[in-house]
Write a new protein. Structure first.
Length: 795
């Protein structure tokens, strides 16, 4: 690792990785680099905006495809630097802040010709996997193909710094079939670029969940326990094309098309009790299907008005269309224990939605408006047209709408509707800002631009026309609304960008749907009634964000502090009324005041030695939510405001040693959640989740056999369901062996060998707490065969 000007360069040959490793394995071994569960990459604590291949975007910016399919041995080096935007390149000066990119450079023998990676695997419990990846280059073109089919639903690797936790474990059994191709052209002078991406994906999902929900009420404690199973079958096709011209002016054209089709079958059962006495039981079956079509076309550009004064104008034009058609047929079999009565209901729903949208935008930048200040005017005009219909029928069995006769006679007019909404929105954004530059080192050739401060106001003006028909309701509503949304931002870059401070504050109002002005009752579900609230007011909140980051090249140390505050001057919550006799929950939106949430975190990463063999990372985070809801028993005159304070505290740390063929990590993680309510009979709730263990990987020097191991103990305490308070020891192991000069890799891996891993979610708000268990991928052992080859064209 070394600096070349303002560029941080990692030499790929300096890292000793097992045969068969991919780009993500290489990135995770680089000093100062971390990757979170979402695949986001951080270098010395700073988030990487884009992952490039040979200085060009890949697969529409899909980092996961590149990281999991590009063999590490093809990589020459990886560069991290500030990249000028295409608009800045076209106009000849910085008009945007530079993006922080990670650029993967290939070895010369792989920059012409192609490289391929093929893998097949089979295992116990009927687990299987097959995938192929081909990447090729010519002087002007780059092409790639990816195919993948598996029923494993797992991309984490054994023996590396993964995220093996119950929360991140797959919560369903998924079978995937996918194929994608990417074709990229770049002209000789790099002024013209075109990228075409085509993709097909088919996903079959089997999901099973168990849920326990407890409602907080004075004098009553309703508890519901449910089990559900759902099978879904989805497939989609997508086509994207991006054309860019960037010489003298900037022009970009984007075309997107997507078609999705889905189907599902589901079964569930519910038991509800009040103060430990069973009140009702329900069985539910459902089947349904539908499709969605999306199309959009966007053209945006930028041109110089006065290059010497750096005055410019940018514009964009967007058109979009979305069509959604779906239906579902449901059967409810309800047994009420106190009255010993049975209710059987069949619902068939037919939903249709058509959305058309237009959007125009023009932005004017004037530098040196007043001294070092700059001025920006951003004008946006948008039009949206939405037509929805949702019809509910009551046949005597599970039937799709196309299978029903005499639809009008079966229609439930009180739960069926048609609507047509038109919206015209104009927003003016006025902003003053002060641009500055800094260098990563005194001799660095490139200045990095940032805004020292920004002050602005957004002034949206919205006009709406809404036609709604439901039962006896046939009305036409109008609304015109103007808002003022001020915002401010401060950025300090000190000591060549090694110490950074960021502050932002914003006030925002979020208007409610015009639908809330109508007195509507929806009781299509036997146990749930939804009401509107014509008196509902818009949501208003203030958000404050503070960040501080510090890094030192010595020992690759970086640390940071973050703090967030969101204060809800006026919030919208769903009040709930519970009928203890019928077991019916009635929901109605209400305004509340005074809710807020705060969060903060501290993170530190550094090495212990000059060669960076030993690395330590430590994180602490805290969250506090003051949530307010309303709840009441049927028969009471007024609903009570219920406040619950929930505190989350968490900390995790690891120590890692990585040298040559040996890599191991010892880690620990603890999370504590505490909820305290102001209701008289509220029991304080406390839950703990913690885990500890190690990851290890070692490659035998002569045989080149790689041994990998994960051994982690997961524990849970304080859950309302005793079945969830468990200790789960998760053991994963793998052995891999390269053959045929490294072209063929054989690997045997075992996941959750002791069959201990399960997935549990826990949430608490002012209305109650919910605990959910989800079926996990079964433990299995799998044999993989991976074949790598490449070909270089003859000269």
């Amino acid at each position: 690792m070394y600096y070349k000007g303002d560029t941080l360069v990692y030499n790929a040959d300096a890292f000793q990785l097992p045969e068969g490793s991919m780009l993500d394995d290489l990135i995770k071994q680089m000093p100062g680099v971390t990757m979170n569960q979402s695949g986001e990459i951080y270098v010395n604590g700073r988030k990487v905006d884009e992952l490039l291949l040979a200085s060009r975007s890949f697969m529409g910016g899909n980092k996961k495809v590149l990281m999991e399919n590009l063999p590490y041995f093809t990589v020459k080096d990886i560069k991290v630097y500030e990249k000028q935007s295409d608009r800045s390149v076209a106009l000849g000066y910085d008009v945007d802040s530079k993006s922080y990119v990670m650029d993967v450079q290939l070895k010369n023998q792989y920059t012409n010709g192609y490289v391929a990676n093929l893998e097949a695997a089979g295992g116990t419990r009927e687990r299987w996997l097959a995938r192929a990846f081909v990447l090729g280059f010519t002087d002007r073109w780059r092409y790639s193909f990816m195919g993948n089919t598996n029923n494993v639903n797992e991309s984490r690797h054994i023996g590396e710094q993964g995220h093996w936790t119950p929360q991140t474990h797959p919560k369903s059994l998924v079978t995937t079939y996918s194929a994608a191709t990417d074709l990229n052209y770049l002209s000789k002078n790099k002024a013209v670029e075109n990228n075409l991406n085509l993709a097909y994906t088919s996903i079959d999902t089997e999901q099973e969940t168990h849920t326990r929900r407890e409602l907080f009420m004075e004098g009553c404690r309703p508890v519901s326990s449910s089990q559900s199973r759902m099978n879904t079958d989805n497939w989609s096709v997508r086509a994207q094309n991006r054309f860019t011209y960037k010489k003298g002016l900037f022009l970009n054209s984007s075309t997107d098309f997507r078609f999705d089709k889905h189907g599902q079958h589901a079964w569930s059962q519910l038991e509800q009790s009040d103060n430990d006495a069973l009140t009702l039981a329900q069985r539910h079956r459902m089947r349904g299907a539908g499709h969605t079509l999306d199309f959009s076309e966007s053209v945006n550009g930028m041109l110089n008005l006065n290059r010497a004064k750096k005055q410019n104008l940018s514009y964009s034009v967007h058109f979009g269309y979305r069509q959604e058609e779906s239906w579902s047929a449901q059967r409810y079999d309800l047994w009420k224990i106190p009255t010993q009565t049975r209710e059987l209901r069949h619902n068939t729903m037919d939903f249709s939605s058509h959305l058309t949208r237009f959007h125009l935008q023009a932005v004017y930048h004037s530098p040196k408006f007043l001294g070092h200040m700059c001025f920006m005017v951003n004008e946006e005009l948008g039009y949206v047209d939405v037509r929805n219909s949702d019809y509910l029928y009551h046949p005597d069995t599970l039937l799709a709408p196309s299978e029903l006769d005499m639809l009008e006679a079966l229609t439930d007019p009180g739960n069926s509707y048609r609507s047509h909404r038109r919206q015209l929105r104009n927003q003016l954004d006025l902003c003053l800002y002060s641009p500055r530059t800094y260098k990563l080192s005194p001799n660095a050739p490139v200045n990095i631009r940032y805004d020292l401060w920004r002050l602005g106001v957004k002034i949206p003006v919205t006009w709406q026309k809404f036609r709604y028909q439901r039962a006896v309701i046939d009305t036409l509503l109008y609304d015109t609304r103007t808002s003022f949304i001020p915002y401010g931002e401060l950025n300090l870059r000190m000591h060549q960008g090694r110490n950074n401070f960021h502050f932002r504050v914003e006030f925002e109002k979020k208007p409610n749907s015009l639908l809330n002005r109508l007195a509507i009752r929806d009781d299509r579900s036997p146990l749930v009634v939804k009401l509107n609230n014509p008196a509902l007011k818009e949501k208003a909140q203030t958000s404050v964000q503070i960040d501080y980051q510090s890094r030192k090249e010595k020992y690759l140390q970086n640390w940071g502090l973050e703090a967030r505050l969101t204060y809800l001057h006026r919030d919208v919550v769903q009040s709930v009324k519970y009928n203890a006799t019928s077991g019916v929950y009635t929901y109605r939106p209400l305004n509340v005041r005074g809710a807020y949430s705060t969060s903060g975190c501290f993170h530190l990463t550094r090495s212990f030695d000059k060669r960076n063999y030993w690395t330590w990372q430590f994180n602490v985070d805290a969250d506090f939510h003051h949530s307010i809801d309303h709840a009441m028993l049927d028969g009471e005159m007024f609903s009570r405001a219920q406040a619950v304070n929930t505190t989350w505290l968490g900390s995790n740390t690891y120590v890692q040693y990585s040298r040559d063929q040996l890599n191991f990590r010892v880690l620990g993680d603890v999370k504590w959640r505490h909820s305290a309510g102001k209701m008289r009979d509220f029991d304080q709730l406390t839950a703990w989740d913690y885990h500890y263990g190690l990851y290890a990987r070692y490659t035998l020097p002569v045989l080149r056999t790689t041994l990998s191991l994960d051994a982690v103990m997961y524990s849970r305490r304080g859950y309302g369901s005793s079945a969830l308070n468990t200790n789960d020891f998760v053991l994963n192991a793998s052995v891999s062996q390269p053959l045929w000069k490294g072209r063929l890799i054989a690997m045997v891996e075992g996941f959750d060998l002791l069959h201990q891993l399960s997935s549990v979610d826990y949430s608490v708000n002012a209305q109650g707490r919910t605990e959910t268990w989800a079926r996990s991928l079964p433990h299995y052992v799998m044999l993989h065969l991976v074949f790598h080859f490449n070909r270089k064209p003859k000269r």
